[in-house]
Design a protein around this ligand. Structure first.
Ligand SMILES: [Zn+2]
Length: 204
């Protein structure tokens, strides 16, 4: 079982919700709070970055995204909080918080690699489709089911697969969000002729 923050655990026990739902709520709340923290220092996509990504993402997605670069010495500032939801992100180059991409300068500097931006933009689309709570629930569930392996998480596998096609030049069409609502592992992000997505869901 993954331990949550004490106060939240006490609160949620009272409500008798299922453990995975709890993880979704805890993770969703954490994602939103971190998004609020980093978004003010974020920058929009640069012109060349937007041009690179424009064939594959909707305009509202591209204009809503912000990128915050955090200092690269030692553990990234989000390390302590991430351990509270038991996902160790200390070794990661970037994390997407709803519509805000936090880049760990310990590993990556400007100009940001297109493949990294593409990968994180796929997560932004997943957030748009699922919302923060459902994203967190599926992420944690996939991680638990996959034996605590990052590479077994369906949301990550979809992003990595699409990233590979982007990098080898075979990706055509636009990345559209996963719509399955059963919460199981068959979640796929697919490409297709996109109906323009409604506005971003990440205003909260
Ligand atoms: Zn990822």
């Amino acid at each position: 079982m993954v331990r949550g923050p004490t106060t939240l655990t006490a609160h949620l026990d009272r409500r008798r919700v299922r453990p995975i739902t709890v993880l979704g709520h805890v993770g969703g709340a954490w994602l939103r709070s971190q998004r609020e923290r980093y978004r003010p220092e974020g920058r929009p996509l640069a012109e060349d970055e937007e041009a690179l990504l424009a064939p594959h993402f909707g305009r509202s997605t591209l204009s809503s995204v912000r990128i915050a670069l955090v200092p690269g010495s030692g553990r990234p500032p989000f390390y302590r909080e991430t351990t509270r939801v038991a996902l160790d992100l200390a070794g990661m180059s970037a994390i997407t918080l709803v519509d805000t991409i936090v880049v760990n300068r310990r590993f990556v500097e400007e100009p940001l690699p297109g493949a990294l931006l593409f990968h994180e933009l796929v997560h932004v689309v997943q957030f748009e489709a699922l919302g923060a709570e459902e994203f967190a629930r599926r992420y944690v569930l996939g991680w638990l089911r996959g034996g605590l392996s990052y590479s077994a998480i369906p949301l990550e596998r979809a992003a990595c697969r699409l990233q590979a096609t982007f990098q080898n030049g075979t990706l055509t069409g636009r990345v559209v969000g996963p719509m399955a609502t059963d919460g199981t592992a068959d979640l796929e992000v697919r490409t297709g002729r996109a109906t323009e997505r409604r506005g971003t869901g990440g205003a909260g």
